[in-house]
Write a new protein. Structure first.
Length: 156
């Protein structure tokens, strides 16, 4: 019969928890944040920002805080259509927002005063410059992945 000491049980539980924490950081997600303002530059609180993944059709929404800031963390990678709405303002839609692994682009919205039925579509892309962190990254193409040197690597 195999018997573990109390210290061995505690260390193995800690090892499993540390592995689970490490694996959670390996998710293929991105985040999107920004500010919702009016034409004069004043923040718009409680505006609804919705990001819809064009590939899957899934949507995620966030409500801006008192300073007009919003955040949509843990979005699946892909091409998105993002819209900001608030009663008494026109809806602004940004198309072609492309999220890659680990990206955290900032999408600021400026809502013109008007009827909610009116929609302003913005075709321009958002800045891919990371303004939230100082990290540097770039996407890896399929050919780069294929050509990685695997000498000495063993999955065991």
């Amino acid at each position: 019969m195999f018997k573990l000491s109390k210290a061995a049980c505690v260390s193995s539980v800690l090892l499993v928890l540390a592995g689970a924490t490490y694996m959670a950081g390996q998710a293929a997600t991105a985040s999107l944040s920004g500010t919702v303002t009016d034409a004069s530059g004043a923040s718009i609180p409680e505006a609804t920002v919705t990001a819809r993944n064009n590939g899957t059709g899934l949507s995620r929404s966030a409500v801006s805080d008192g300073q007009g800031h919003f955040s949509l963390p843990d979005l699946a990678i892909g091409d998105y259509e993002v819209q900001a709405t608030k009663m008494g303002f026109q809806t602004v839609v940004r198309k072609g927002v492309n999220l890659t692994v680990g990206a955290a682009p900032v999408a600021d919205f400026q809502l013109p005063v008007g009827q909610a039925e009116q929609t302003v579509t913005v075709e321009g892309s958002i800045s891919q410059v990371e303004t939230e962190t100082s990290s540097v990254s770039s996407p890896i193409s399929q050919s780069q992945m294929r050509e990685l040197p695997l000498n000495g690597r063993n999955f065991e």
